[in-house]
Design a protein around this ligand. Structure first.
Ligand code: HEC
Length: 138
């Protein structure tokens, strides 16, 4: 019994260490800078980008990782990972920014092998997304 408890404890500790390392691995100095644009709008500026590059896989019908990008709320909330995709006010800490900037191996979005159909965000588009998040993701 005591041994089992030790094993359970040890594995949850190592899991915590693992996920901490995964988060630390993101080198945010590689992120394109946020755009200067004021009053960036989800509807006008961000949604069209998501529609071109993400919506086919993250729409209302069988969304991958149960993650939807067809509303501001869903885009911010995240999916299966149960981690917020957007941290309002903090674009450099927002997982979705890391993914579209190819800073998370195996979680590049759109997936690298699908980019013929779903274009990767340009540096300018990532900058716009960052500006929207830094302005509060409203
Ligand atoms: C061709 C299909 C496809 C496209 C296009 C695509 N994704 Fe994904 N996305 C996936 C798949 C598959 C997963 C699950 C990957 C995994 O967990 O290993 C995923 C997972 C995610 C997650 C993790 C959600 C969570 O909480 O678990 C985010 C965030 C995400 N995608 C964002 C985007 C964004 C933003 C775009 C557009 C720039 C995009 N994806 C385009 C297939 C796609």
């Amino acid at each position: 019994m005591k041994n089992l408890l030790t094993i359970a404890l040890a594995s949850s500790v190592s899991l915590a260490v693992l996920s901490a390392t995964a988060a630390e691995k993101v080198d945010t100095s590689k992120l394109p800078p946020a755009a200067d644009k004021k009053d960036v709008s989800f509807e006008k500026d961000i949604k069209p980008l998501l529609e071109a590059s993400c919506l086919k896989c993250h729409g209302p019908e069988k969304p991958k990782a149960k993650y939807r990008v067809d509303s501001r709320e869903a885009f911010v909330k995240g999916g299966d990972s149960e981690e917020a995709a957007v941290v309002p006010g903090k674009s450099a800490d927002s997982p979705v920014v890391h993914m579209v900037s190819d800073l998370i191996e195996e979680m590049e979005m759109p997936p690298v092998d699908k980019r013929d159909n779903y274009p990767a965000f340009t540096k300018e588009q990532i900058g716009l997304l960052r500006a929207w998040i830094d302005q509060g993701a409203k």
